[in-house]
Design a protein around this ligand. Sequence first.
Ligand SMILES: Cc1cc2nc3c(=O)[nH]c(=O)nc-3n(C[C@H](O)[C@H](O)[C@H](O)COP(=O)(O)OP(=O)(O)OC[C@H]3O[C@@H](n4cnc5c(N)ncnc54)[C@H](O)[C@@H]3O)c2cc1C
Length: 456
Amino acid sequence: MITKKELIIIGGGLAGCEAAWQAAQRGIQVFLFEMRPTKTTEAHVSANLAELVCSNSLGSERVDRASGLLLQELITLQSMLVDCALKTKLPAGRALAVDRNAFSALVSERIEKHPNIQVVRQEIPVIPNQACIIASGPLTSPDLSKAIAQFTGQANLFFYDAIAPIVLKDSIDFTIAFRASRYQNDSEDYINCPLTKTEYENFVAELTKAERITIRNFESEINQGVTTGKDRFFEACLPIEILAQRGKDALAFGPLRPTGLRDPRNGKRPYAVVQLRQDNIADTLYNMVGFQTNLTFLEQKRVFRLIPGLQNAEFARYGQMHRNTFLFAPEIILPTLQSKMREDLYFAGQIIGVEGYLGNIASGLLAGINASHYILGREPLTLPRETMLGSLIYYVTHAKAQDFQPMKANYGLLMGNPEDQKISKKLRNLQFAEKSQQALDVIVEKINADQFYAHS
Ligand SMILES: Cc1cc2nc3c(=O)[nH]c(=O)nc-3n(C[C@H](O)[C@H](O)[C@H](O)COP(=O)(O)OP(=O)(O)OC[C@H]3O[C@@H](n4cnc5c(N)ncnc54)[C@H](O)[C@@H]3O)c2cc1C
């Protein structure tokens, strides 16, 4: 029986685990329901909590980049998952990339050992009648999706997301491919495959006409009559073949841009470059940056082997397309992440339309704090719009219906004009970052003082 100081969390992903930790640290007894491994999703492959389903990068660590600012804010707010990410970090230039298995194993261990958290491996198909956070992610089970759609009276919006292939390092031809980071020729962090103009044009031609997998209609799984069922892609995670269709140089100015890279064979900047980033701590697997795709596996092998250096590539995993589910948050939740219709119900993670690993961790953190505040009879916390997280949550809770798309942290969301319009983007962003830190400093002492246990 759930008593007043207890909280149910549905989903042991990034948002659910961070929320569970924050609530547990405040003395709340948390029941964290995760359906894996009993029932799994189309993308998860392990029984671990907080599994990273695609890229192993949490974004740039530079505070003049949006993900870097969010990272700084999460460190200030004592995010447990960010602490685990920093402890399982891999070399990746200025990006925070992690060993995905070590990361989720560490999160699982901390969650399972916390005296205030009980992990229950079970699917929850309905919305519980007790204090609850729904953090069931983009691959929320169909039964729970039905229940959410019935509760909100709103459409779940169904569309699709794609994951990138992973290549075995040993199969890469290093007489062509070279190691470097952009503007850092002495850095070994990325493997780069250079293309001439002719090679690039041939690659794009084959990519755009290659056979694709027919997308399943997930709408029928829910069949509520309340779905909009739009076959939409994340704008920030477009399949490479769709991006390539947008113009012959769309890739050369996008994920294959050669900026800051020189081919050591001739000292020149290539016409285009395919980058691969380390994916495991053993340094045997590399993922193709920006290569989310919906090509058939056979076509991936044929077309991606046209890339110089990858002519004999062996693929540890092919790219794939997946379902993605999110609510029309502006109608459904407040900036505290509380439901507008039920004060003891909160939503967090990708399901509210926040995109990106760090954004989802951050929304879990806020939901965990606010659900605890509700249970403890305290004032809810709304994060200031000078902060990246405050701005992101403001966006998803205030966006207009016609252009509502999942949103990733970005500097365009931050409130307020820079004091000096003539300064560089980097300096302007650093000014924003300083304002964010000042705004957070005002509230952080109070938030952290609420914690029951010391942060480990
Ligand atoms: C194929 C794919 C690729 C992606 N690639 C990236 C990427 O490269 N970078 C990025 O930043 N983001 C990516 N995303 C988005 C990514 O899912 C989120 O950033 C992040 O994992 C979302 O965190 P979350 O906690 O909301 O959901 P999740 O991490 O998915 O956690 C939700 C959890 O809830 C569980 N669950 C679902 N329904 C129930 C139920 N009824 N009862 C109990 N448990 C349930 C699931 O098993 C899962 O463990 C991708 C998403 C998909 C689907």
